[in-house]
Design a protein around this ligand. Structure first.
Ligand SMILES: CC(C)(COP(=O)(O)OP(=O)(O)OC[C@H]1O[C@@H](n2cnc3c(N)ncnc32)[C@H](O)[C@@H]1OP(=O)(O)O)[C@@H](O)C(=O)NCCC(=O)NCCS
Length: 339
């Protein structure tokens, strides 16, 4: 099998950014409106609080904040971008894409722009796709953004989903470098199993069930999830995906300096780390503060790990995601010295 490492160009991270709504909703706040408890949420999920977008705040608004910060960190202007891709399951609207909204807000008019839909695996899918464009010579500098306002599609009366989710955005600036530069994306692995689509979905609002008074009355525009089945799938697939990505990079779990998993449930994260033989000191966990922000969770976690000084030149970073679709993806990065 051909691996990305055999292509002539490498793909390096040049900057990271994050965009969060100001409003914090704690478990205690949810106790007041739902039949739930702080204790249940903490012990079953690891979540203590989450951010929730303001009524007038859309996904692109958070994405733009993250994008500007990543551009500044890279030392680029919006005009330096060739490509801008947003991974999201909660676009501002079906079309135009959220990436086009962000492109206009940034004034990055020369950049191609599109969204990628792979639910919570969206960031890894977008990273893989943009890296392939860079390696193929279609772009030199690009932004990959994971951005969500899941609060807008959550049924706030459904305790089985409402307590889990949060809003936010993370952005990564990517640049073409000489292969063998000793930094950047070492491997990616993507997978999907559409047979599990019913486990996690937003049934109405597309062409199967266009939005109507009936779909709204039946609550079909809300996110629906079979939590137990998704849990089982997640624990299995995170291990399989991580193993395959590391194999493609010619590395093992012993080489991993930091594991940055999708933040869906701390018990899923801990189970995967245990299977990998990684101590929790090598795992970035921030689900306690944000809940599950879907495609934004990995870039937000990466941003925070970098801010905290946990990423050093030469470090091997393992990203693993899973989500609706069903989808999964893993990527291995060697952290560089920056620009
Ligand atoms: C959703 C999830 C936290 C539920 O945890 P769990 O330990 O599996 O809990 P269960 O579904 O077995 O429910 C246990 C009980 O808690 C109840 N419960 C569910 N949500 C609750 C809440 N917010 N507060 C209090 N009780 C709750 C259930 O009704 C159930 O009660 P019952 O035994 O009387 O029927 C867990 O399954 C999970 O994290 N799944 C994966 C979700 C995920 O990763 N989604 C995103 C994919 S990207």
């Amino acid at each position: 099998m051909t691996t990305l490492r055999q292509h002539p160009w490498g793909v390096a991270v040049r900057g990271l950014g994050r965009g969060l709504p100001e409003r914090v909703v704690t478990n205690r706040d949810l106790e007041a409106v739902l039949d739930t408890s702080d204790e249940w949420i903490r012990t079953r999920t690891g979540i203590a609080e989450r951010r929730v977008a303001a009524p007038e705040q859309a996904t692109s608004d958070l994405a733009v904040i993250a994008a500007k910060e990543a551009l500044a960190a890279a030392g680029w202007t919006p005009q330096d971008l060739d490509l801008l891709v947003v991974a999201t399951a909660t676009p501002d609207m079906i079309f135009p894409s959220t990436a086009c909204v962000v492109q206009a807000a940034l004034g990055a008019y020369q950049a191609g722009a599109c969204d990628i839909s792979a639910a919570c695996s969206g960031f890894v899918y977008a990273l893989s796709s943009v890296a392939a464009q860079i390696r193929a010579g279609a772009a030199r500098r690009a932004l990959v953004i994971g951005a969500e306002t899941l609060s807008k599609i959550v049924n706030w009366q459904d305790r089985s989903t409402a307590v889990l989710l949060g809003d936010g955005a993370g952005a990564v600036a990517l640049e073409r470098v000489e292969d063998g530069a000793g930094e950047g994306l070492l491997s990616v692995y993507l997978g999907a199993d559409g047979r599990g689509g019913d486990l996690l979905k937003q049934p109405a609002g597309g062409s199967r069930l266009p939005a109507s008074a009936e779909t709204v009355a039946q609550g079909l525009h809300y996110l629906q999830m079979n939590g137990r089945e998704v849990f089982k799938f997640a624990v299995q697939i995170m291990g399989d995906a991580a193993e395959e990505a590391l194999r493609r990079a010619g590395l093992t779990f012993a080489d991993v300096d930091l594991y940055v998993p999708h933040q869906a449930n701390v018990r899923i994260i801990e189970a995967s780390a245990k299977r990998f033989g990684l101590p929790m000191e090598k795992v970035w966990v921030n689900i306690d503060r944000y809940g599950n922000t879907s495609s934004a969770s990995i870039p937000i976690a990466l941003y925070e790990a970098h801010q905290a000084g946990r990423l050093h030149p030469g470090d091997v970073v393992l990203l693993v995601a899973f989500g609706g679709g069903l989808t999964w993806g893993a990527a291995v990065l060697r952290w560089g010295a920056g620009r």
